[in-house]
Ligand binder design. Structure first.
Ligand code: GAP
Length: 454
């Protein structure tokens, strides 16, 4: 799968208000606020039955594209908790901070780097004009403690970025696999940040999931691999969205580079909130392996097996978020399509068929004919072994199509009276609402061809 093949959204498609996505997610079981019965926790969410299917598909597709398709990339899964020295070596204990000011009048809190420049200069609140406090510094790392005996417990951190495990396991991977530089290690995993201003739904959370590729290279080949992965990642995102014109690169200015980065580009996606980071492509150079060599006392340099040259490998990082992908895909896919006959608009999620949480819905045309129901159930029972299938016989067929459109199901299979005569069913496609007749025996192959990546 390289490009979306579903119906492209029209140029004029307006930006979707985030509230509509939040409401759909709750209503249809994609995302729920965490601990809602206790009033919720800001910046933390749970994923419901459809959300977990969509997330799994997104993760699997990333893994397939990055690990399975590249002979020089392998994967790991590291622990969330590491030795606390990791975070000193990484620079996070010292540098992973936000500078905040409070309004003395309305008590609102702001990150200095999010304030309009004129408010920084005037030291005035952008909302009420009140005077702002002196800036205070907050570290974003989440602390935790290992051990049970008070006084002997070791303070450590929930990882602030998932990629650190890759540097920690780099030497083990090198020794236990047949990789040689240039090669990469991938991981998908949770990260935790005490974000001071979580918000915009899944966009900025305190617990979220990242996917990283760390690609280890000889310094002389850094530029070429940086360019390679930068383009590769851009094309990957372009392939799973409808609004291709809402994706671009933005280069970081010198004052916004992370402490480890010598150069960085963000892949950004445009929503109603403006252009926002989706994934970062970072030129990490030898920062990570040098620092971990220094702090651990282990030599992490690499000796070229042919030239015998010894050096600390440089690193190209591509680091994105499962949650931002989840959110952006929903925003990108959401459309309220006016009904030509003036009826209620159709809400449709034009998700790429391979990523959609439910691949097919099997619908008997009418409920009062037992033969239609048994045939439909039998088709569903066969299909569900191959893909996520739903059986639905509640409400009229039009309403059932709408229910599936709203959650992005690319195909609906209708069992009707003709089915009982000739063994064919109607397959309705979500985006164009076109219908074709397919023999029941050919249905699995017909659908698999369209809903799996290959
Ligand atoms: N290892 C590099 C790193 O962590 P980052 O730009 O801080 O770089 C990478 O994060 C990606 O992780 C971002 O592009 C975004 O997709 C995701 N991400 C970062 N902070 C996030 C948050 N608070 N909530 C959701 N996703 C986040």
């Amino acid at each position: 799968m390289t490009q979306t093949e579903n119906k492209p959204a029209t140029q004029e498609t307006p930006f979707v208000p985030i509230e509509k996505i939040v409401a759909l997610c709750k209503r249809r079981g994609f995302v729920y606020p965490n601990s809602e019965i206790y009033g919720g926790v800001s910046g933390i969410y749970d994923f419901g039955p459809l959300g977990v299917e969509l997330r799994n598909n997104i993760r699997r597709f990333w893994w397939w594209s990055m690990v399975q398709l590249h002979d020089n990339v392998v994967g790991i899964e590291g622990a969330i908790i590491t030795h606390p020295r990791v975070w000193e070596a990484s620079g996070h204990v010292e540098n992973f901070v936000d500078r905040l000011v409070d309004c003395k009048n309305c008590k609102r809190r702001f990150r200095i780097d999010h304030l309009p420049p004129e408010n920084v200069v005037s030291n005035r609140c952008p909302v009420c004009g009140g005077e702002l406090t002196e800036p205070r510094t907050f570290n974003l790392l989440m602390e935790t403690y290992l051990g049970v005996v008070e006084g002997e417990r070791m303070k450590t951190y929930l990882r602030g970025e998932a990629c650190q495990n890759i540097y920690l396991d780099y030497d083990n991977v090198l020794k236990s696999s047949r990789m040689q530089i240039p090669f990469g290690i991938c991981q998908i995993g949770k990260a935790f940040r005490n974000e001071v201003t979580p918000g915009n739904f899944l966009f900025r959370q305190r617990e979220f999931e990242q996917w990283d590729l760390q690609f280890f290279v000889h310094p002389s080949e850094m530029q070429q691999w940086f360019d390679y992965w930068k383009e590769k990642r851009f094309e990957w995102y372009k392939g799973i969205i409808n609004h291709k014109d809402r994706l671009h690169f933005r280069e970081h200015g010198p004052d916004e580079l992370a402490h480890y980065a010598k150069q960085a580009f963000d892949i950004e996606y445009q929503t109603i909130l403006g252009w926002q980071e989706w994934e970062g492509i970072h030129w990490r150079q030898d920062w990570d392996l040098s620092r971990h060599s220094e702090y651990s006392g282990q030599d992490l340099s690499y000796t070229d097996p042919i030239t015998k040259e010894k050096y600390i490998p440089w690193i190209v990082e591509t680091s994105g978020g499962v949650d931002r992908t989840f959110l952006n895909l929903l925003i990108d896919a959401y459309e309220e399509e006016p009904d030509p006959s003036g009826k209620e608009a159709r809400t449709v999620l034009r998700l790429h068929p391979t990523l959609a949480p439910v691949k097919v819905a099997v619908l008997p045309l009418q409920k009062n004919k037992e033969e239609l129901l048994t045939t439909a159930r039998s088709i569903h029972n066969k299909l569900k072994r191959l893909m996520v299938s739903q059986y639905d016989d509640v409400a009229n067929i039009g309403r059932r199509y709408r229910r599936q459109d709203e959650i992005g199901t690319p195909y609906c299979v209708t069992v009707d009276f003709q089915t009982l005569d000739d063994g064919t069913v109607t397959v309705r496609e979500r985006d164009h609402m076109t219908q074709v007749r397919v023999a029941i025996d050919e249905l699995p192959a017909y659908l698999l061809e369209r809903v799996t990546w290959h």
